[in-house]
Design a protein around this ligand. Sequence first.
Ligand code: NAP
Length: 279
Amino acid sequence: MAVRIDGKALAAKVKSQVAEEAAKLPRKPGLAVVLVGEDPASQVYVAGKERDCAECGIESFGHRLSAETTEPELLDLIRRLNGDPRVDGILVQLPLPKHLSEETVINAISPDKDVDCFHPFNVGRMVIGDPVFLPCTPAGVMEMLDEYEIPIRGKRCVVLGRSNIVGKPMAALLTQRDGTVTICHSRTEDMAQYAREADILVSAVGRMGLVTADMVKEGAVVVDVAMNRDGDGRLCGDADFAAVEPKASYITPVPGGVGPMTRAMLMRNILTAAALHQA
Ligand code: NAP
């Protein structure tokens, strides 16, 4: 039976370290949180991030904009936040309403305030192995693997999903740590054959029940990034947890796995930005 990786406990540890370090800085770190529109899920995520900030001694500056906000208006706000010395990090909650280009908006954020690590400058630095910030979700996964002393060097790692915010950076970080990495996606033929070879299997697709027990090698580490809702509205990952858990050596539960770590790593990135700005 697999060891359950306790993302909630590790996230609490990371956040308390951040709070301790933040208290030593001459000025409180600051995060600007920009939410455009009234998407209920986004509102919940933003509220959670603001709570995390309060817990970590980070000041948050909320900017709730109407769904009708134009791109020039949003870009103007970002320019002001780029120049605001109280703001160390800028977080624009995605997805944005359809009439706004996420790419244009992300590119407008000053790279030294890009605490989500979505800006091409920071993505490039991550890929060449000289990062300022790491993208929160993959960084949270790496932190979990390290906390549980799970070896990566020389191991076969299979990442399901190739999005810019999870799958691709996850593969880059595992590669940097000497994993041998395969990425699978919607066009992969016979994904199960790759998954079965994995010592470390990371699933970031967003399809409930995608990872079945027959896709998991005996003793593999299974990291489930996905956040799906089952028929009863309960949060669940991609893996058929009950069937996969007995085969795996380690597994992340959903909820209580990668989700809390993503939030904790955001706090760490804000601290990093604040330390840079106050150096
Ligand atoms: P995304 O942008 O929708 O990407 C999904 C990826 O899965 C794409 O690369 C897609 O392939 C691939 N895919 C879709 N169907 C597939 C299939 N049947 N077989 C194999 N691959 C398939 O999603 P995302 O933003 O990366 O998020 C992925 C999941 O993680 C979601 O459930 C999301 O809610 C969750 N998430 C969780 C956290 C957290 O903190 N826990 C953070 C971010 C995201 P193509 O590229 O070919 O389309």
